[in-house]
Design a protein around this ligand. Structure first.
Ligand code: NI
Length: 164
């Protein structure tokens, strides 16, 4: 999983200083009430890191871990990311992902075909889960750093594991 790990390492290195430079009010600004603020998007990436951390470990220990998913909107709302300091969220995101790079670099190659049911039509292999995780990080970092109108944010396009 060297290439996914290298890509994630590059995303952390490139994005962290840019995230740190965003002011608190910009990070918590909510120009459109029903769209996530930048804090809430980064919070979503922290939830993604913590849930995928579980997948990355559990899938190495078990051939098929069955259903493993989480309710993204509910997770975000419960944790009140809007009330948390932006710099703390950036640090947590960066350190968590640094650990995930380490994990990917040391993944047991024999487990890359192990599977998880992520609600896609086909079971996802650990290789797919890791690659799709990095694609998802990039997608949301582009939203945060692109400074775009929240209404014009591009939607996440799910990929069927079979088409990887
Ligand atoms: Ni997402």
């Amino acid at each position: 999983m060297e290439s996914a790990a290298t890509e994630l390492r590059g995303l952390i290195a490139g994005a962290t200083p840019r995230l740190r430079s965003l002011p608190e009010d910009r990070a918590s600004g909510k120009p459109v009430a029903d769209k996530w603020s930048l804090k809430e998007i980064l919070g979503h990436l922290i939830d993604s890191a913590s849930n995928n951390h579980q997948r990355f470990v559990r899938m190495q220990l078990q051939q098929d871990i069955g259903v493993f998913s989480y309710q993204q909107g509910e997770w975000n709302a419960v944790q009140k990311y809007q009330l948390e300091r932006w710099q703390d969220l950036v640090d947590l995101w960066a350190f968590y992902n640094t650990h995930l790079v380490h994990l990917m670099e040391h993944v047991d190659p024999a487990s890359l075909g192990h599977t998880c049911d992520m609600g896609y039509p086909n079971p996802a292999t650990l290789k797919f889960v890791m690659e799709d995780y990095v694609r998802h990080v990039r997608h949301h970092l582009d939203q945060i750093l692109g400074d775009m109108d929240p209404q014009k944010r591009t939607r996440w396009v799910r990929r069927d594991p079979k088409e990887q």
